[in-house]
Design a protein around this ligand. Structure first.
Ligand SMILES: C[S@@+](CC[C@H](N)C(=O)[O-])C[C@H]1O[C@@H](n2cnc3c(N)ncnc32)[C@H](O)[C@@H]1O
Length: 264
């Protein structure tokens, strides 16, 4: 079996790291979307999502009121999850309280989890995840085995949860889910592929449900709906340069007087 059997094709991006492209989308004649910028999947993840993990695992951040609770939309190839495992291993006094990863594709959830637990998966998929971990760990002395062990431990101790479609869980979460998150990685497919996840109403509801009073949020996007939703939820925003000449990305924060980004 290859990625094609799961509805994706693998591509190598500009920095050598792998990404997946959907083989088809459900949205009319729009071209299938890739999970990352062609300029570099690993580099894009570091630039857009890297700072949040680095900041929140720092003890002075926790003392300010932030918690080590992270929410990731969506899992994809797990760059964000591996990056968080790396950051926690690099900050030995930190403890993850909770990581909730949403991923609508059951195959991606299962394959990633099987890879984490060293269970057998098709060779091409195994090689892709191995390559992802190689790029995530590139500038550290950490090994793939350590990252897997960290994720295994988080999963076994129920500190890391993998869930399905975000929209489906929002209603349920409003009723039952108590936890709120200090670090949010909003890495959904774009509005072209997944319009619902980018409507202002949905984003306001999402933030109301999941965002902690002390919260940092990153996304590669910079859209009017997103800005209005963040504004309504009292986030301050800074518009950051997009990755690799792309349009702007967004970093938002609340609970602190000024952006912590220059401290990273
Ligand atoms: C841009 S990719 C995420 C890349 C990922 N952060 C990584 O580190 O590789 C978007 C992911 O969101 C998933 N997705 C799409 N719609 C979703 C939804 N409604 N709820 C949860 N996940 C969704 C897709 O299957 C895809 O894997």
């Amino acid at each position: 079996m290859t990625w094609k059997d799961f509805g994706f094709c693998e591509e190598t991006t500009g920095d050598g790291s792998p990404t997946l492209r959907l083989l088809q989308t459900s949205v009319g004649d729009k071209p299938p979307e890739s999970m990352h910028h062609s300029g570099g999947a690993a580099a894009e993840t570091e630039q857009i999502y890297g700072p949040i993990g680095k900041l929140i695992f720092r003890q002075d951040f926790c003392r300010q009121g932030f918690s080590c609770r992270f929410l990731s939309v969506g899992l994809g190839l797990g760059y964000v999850e591996m990056m968080l495992a790396r950051e926690s291993l690099s900050a030995p006094n930190s403890t993850l309280e909770l990581l909730l990863s949403f991923e609508s594709q059951p195959d991606l959830r299962r394959l990633f989890l099987d890879w984490v637990f060293d269970r057998r998966i098709p060779q091409p998929c195994q090689m892709t995840y191995d390559r992802v971990s190689h790029y995530v760990l590139k500038e550290t002395p950490l090994t793939m085995a350590q990252i897997k062990k960290q994720l295994q431990s988080w999963f076994s101790l129920k500190q890391w949860h993998l869930d399905g479609k975000l929209e489906a869980k929002l209603e349920e979460a409003r009723e039952h889910w108590q936890a709120r998150f200090s670090g949010i990685f909003y890495d959904a497919f774009s509005a072209k592929t997944n319009e619902g996840l980018w409507s202002e109403v949905f984003l306001v509801e999402f933030l109301e449900t999941f965002a902690d009073e002390f919260c940092l949020l990153s996304t590669y996007a910079c859209l009017g709906n997103l800005k209005r939703a963040l504004n309504k939820q009292n986030f301050k925003m800074i518009r950051r340069k997009g990755f690799c000449g792309k349009r702007n990305s967004t970093f938002a924060y609340r609970g602190i007087p000024q952006s912590p980004l220059d401290e990273v």
